[in-house]
Design a protein around this ligand. Sequence first.
Ligand SMILES: Cc1cc2nc3c(=O)[nH]c(=O)nc-3n(C[C@H](O)[C@H](O)[C@H](O)COP(=O)(O)O)c2cc1C
Length: 241
Amino acid sequence: MKIIALNGTYRPGETTTRLAAKALEGAASAGAHTEMVVLKEHTIEFCRNCLTCYQDLESEIAPCPIEDDVRPILEKIRDADGIILASPVHSGFVTGLMVSFLERASWTLLRPTGELLGLKGVPEPRLTGKARGFVVILSAGLIPTELRQYCDMGTPFLTEWASVALNGELVGDLYAGAFFTKGLSDEEWSKAHFFRQLTENQFQQAFDLGAKLAGAVRSGEIRPYDAKRIEAAYLQAAQPA
Ligand SMILES: Cc1cc2nc3c(=O)[nH]c(=O)nc-3n(C[C@H](O)[C@H](O)[C@H](O)COP(=O)(O)O)c2cc1C
């Protein structure tokens, strides 16, 4: 069983990386082979919207004319059984680096031949050989966990993308909100990012999440992407209360 972390931080070694590493430790404790992919350590150019990938309906990983480090990372995703998607919260979302990578991974891992809610040409997975479990870990610098709802557009975005592109299911998520070891003065609040700490509880939650991911993969309980199931969930959410 292989579990990889895709890490969208700009500061390798800081909060996102430490949490993702803990999650990988948890996965390893449950028997997984693990690997951290720090996107910043790779050359990832912007998508050029040439639609080469989009037009290829056959390949498991569609071709891209840009010769950088994206293809080997896509192959790691293909080979993995579980993925940890980790990013700092930037402007309530994920980092631009994470988005840049996911743009490049979009039509290379997705095929525009799906059908949903009466629409044709919507994404469906290319990687249909197996279902992959995934978890989402976000690290915030100012907004505490209890106010997550005001500052977390990243988790639903990553979950929606990954359910299709990874042909799998969300196993769990962690929003590691800001925590300050001391009460901050009015002046210090403007520098709050410098006082941000991770808690033992957050590390434990990351560890447990990694172990849960590995357990779910091993038990075979991860369901592949199913447009009908997604469609039913959309329709149910659209019902008036
Ligand atoms: C451009 C930018 C935007 C940010 N936006 C937010 C935000 O909306 N909410 C928040 O809680 N923290 C925000 N932060 C703080 C980061 O989430 C925080 O520093 C995080 O721990 C960074 O992860 P890292 O330690 O892996 O770099 C922002 C930081 C930057 C640089």
